[in-house]
Design a protein around this ligand. Sequence first.
Ligand code: TPP
Ligand code: MG
Length: 280
Amino acid sequence: MESMENLKRRAYDLRRDTLDIIMAGGGGHIGGDMSVMDTLIELYFNQMNISPENREDPDRDYFILSKGHAVEAYYAVLCARGFLDLEDVRARFSRFGSPYIGHPNNKLPGMEMNSGSLGHGLPVAVGLALGNRMSGRDSRTYVVMGDGELAEGSVWEGFMSGHMYGLDTLCAVIDRNRLQISGSTEDVMAQEKLADRVRSFGWHVVNVEDGNDLDALHAAFAEARETKGCPTCLIANTVKGKGSPVMENKAEWHHHVPTVEEYEHIVRDLDAGKEALLNV
Ligand SMILES: Cc1ncc(C[n+]2csc(CCOP(=O)(O)OP(=O)(O)O)c2C)c(N)n1
Ligand SMILES: [Mg+2]
């Protein structure tokens, strides 16, 4: 486990790596990368029993990035944890014939599931958690979804069956940034009373008021781990594009390659944020 101070610095460094991967590849879902970054950091550095050494061990924990379009953030975190090599990802991301494609690819070390077609991660996670229990393992299964993704009906089938089987080793995170591809989630497919709705499906729900706050995420995942008899869903209230006002809360930054000026501005903002942290 790494100190919280280090992890908070990493949140800036890994956003920078994500940005560089996108610039190098000439494409990427930057908004959703930045909103989910802190969840990925907390999971990979503090919560999950997964490492390059035990990635083939059936007793490890399991992770699915169901909002697979946020793969650039996933690459950055897997590089920092030693599963992948950052220079190689930057050199080959999105190139013809490269394994580093625009969505998770389970041929790569550390990636469990090909995702990108939204709505499938939770049902698969339910199956993994059920299978692990039947095999007598106490592995935990984590799945991260987008809030726009909740428009897919299969997500709600996953909520139903996760409860039905009492899968308390299963933890879902909803990256609640209130935007999807073309605008506000509330305009496209409203998700009001989300916590009540998930709770009504029999899940324990933790509302993480600031889902970009690593301390808050740490406490929420601890609560999930302690919850017995049913699965837990964290609703992480995040900011799409978190890290710089240039990209924050802007639907048009769902998929966007920054201009050189925008890139420099974002880097300045990330550096300033990290600097402020060091001076606390
Ligand atoms: C089944 C399916 N329909 C449509 C898309 C196209 N698509 C890609 S990202 C996206 C928006 C997702 O929004 P959200 O889940 O809120 O993701 P985030 O805001 O975290 O980027 C859509 C509709 C898709 N990938 N899969
Ligand atoms: Mg969203």
